[in-house]
Design a protein around this ligand. Sequence first.
Ligand SMILES: Cc1cc2nc3c(=O)[nH]c(=O)nc-3n(C[C@H](O)[C@H](O)[C@H](O)COP(=O)(O)OP(=O)(O)OC[C@H]3O[C@@H](n4cnc5c(N)ncnc54)[C@H](O)[C@@H]3O)c2cc1C
Length: 363
Amino acid sequence: MVAPVAILGGGLAGASAALRLARAGIAATLFERQATAHHKVCGEFLSVEAQRDLSAMAFEPLRLGAVPIDRVRIVSGRKSAESALPFTALGISRDVLDEALLDAAAAAGATIRRGVRVTAIEDHGIRTGEGGFPVETLFLATGKHDLRGVARPDARERGAHLGFKMHWRISATQDEELGSAVELVLFDGGYLGIQRVAARVMNFCVLVRRDRFGGSWTGLLEDLARDDHVARRLDGAHELLARPASIAGLPYGYVHRPRDDRKGLFRLGDQAALTAPLTGDGMAIALRSAALAVDCFRSGLAPADYTRLLHREIGGQVRKAMLLHRCVGLPVLPMALGLLGTWPSLLGRLAAATRLPRTEEAA
Ligand SMILES: Cc1cc2nc3c(=O)[nH]c(=O)nc-3n(C[C@H](O)[C@H](O)[C@H](O)COP(=O)(O)OP(=O)(O)OC[C@H]3O[C@@H](n4cnc5c(N)ncnc54)[C@H](O)[C@@H]3O)c2cc1C
């Protein structure tokens, strides 16, 4: 028998909601369509704000092998700018982090149903491949994937970009050169985020405009490796995944509105707001939204009240990150790198400006 509270999706938003509900003694069932740990398209840059929300759940990513990231480097052709970050972020693989949170939720008493895809939300419950389940309160946390009946409406950015992620085992020389930096490599038609997520493991996350994608991962890699910087990072590297994780057709910049809320349905993470990839703070939004939604639910507030509170916390971050995301495609940006190279502290400030404010700053 399924409890009247259900969580759809076991990513950061869903798993942390399940953990918080379980610790509050509220019976809930989480449905995750993937049967085992899996990779997600993500730059895997865990901001200090996301770390704070994890710490509040007594969850320490460093114990899972996360690596510190305290520098930022932007590269465009032969130009580059570099600065210390005004905070220490972490690099961590999503298959490790999300799975550990799910395990913690299960250990705290949440019921986790793996390999069960929810196909629709109905008037008084949900439908899965295994049949219908009655549900009173839903936490919708299916991330990038929309569900019939509650799909996010089209936003300006939908369909414009494709995203890919690959993990590489890199050479000892490149491991040392990359060190504790996150790198943003700009190219005609997109950008690429590079950082370590474990010793000698480099995450390589590409966002490319659909009209600039030649149709294959191998072709994209060949194009990217024409850049000297990328070629150096890939020198002696081996792909660690059988194929890249990929994603397409996302409505970047989408922020859910309170007037579209339905009774008993709380939207979390990417289903509540889809901030810019790589320049945004998506994992922090996923964790923050779960914490806020569970608090609101426990206090008897309606989903529309929760959505209003969430807007106040994340609206500014999504706007700034989307602005930066659009600027990255402008031809003037490589020129601006000269300026950033002269005043590296500007780069650090730019990185800080796109982070989620602390809870007390948001109010
Ligand atoms: C290219 C790119 C780079 C990014 N880089 C960063 C970064 O460096 N740092 C950062 O903070 N954020 C980054 N993000 C954003 C971040 O990845 C997301 O904001 C975050 O994963 C959202 O978490 P979530 O829990 O809402 O969704 P997800 O992590 O996507 O989890 C959703 C879960 O729901 C499950 N699911 C989906 N449909 C169903 C269904 N019908 N039934 C059951 N289960 C279902 C999925 O299997 C999945 O496990 C990036 C995003 C992109 C696209």
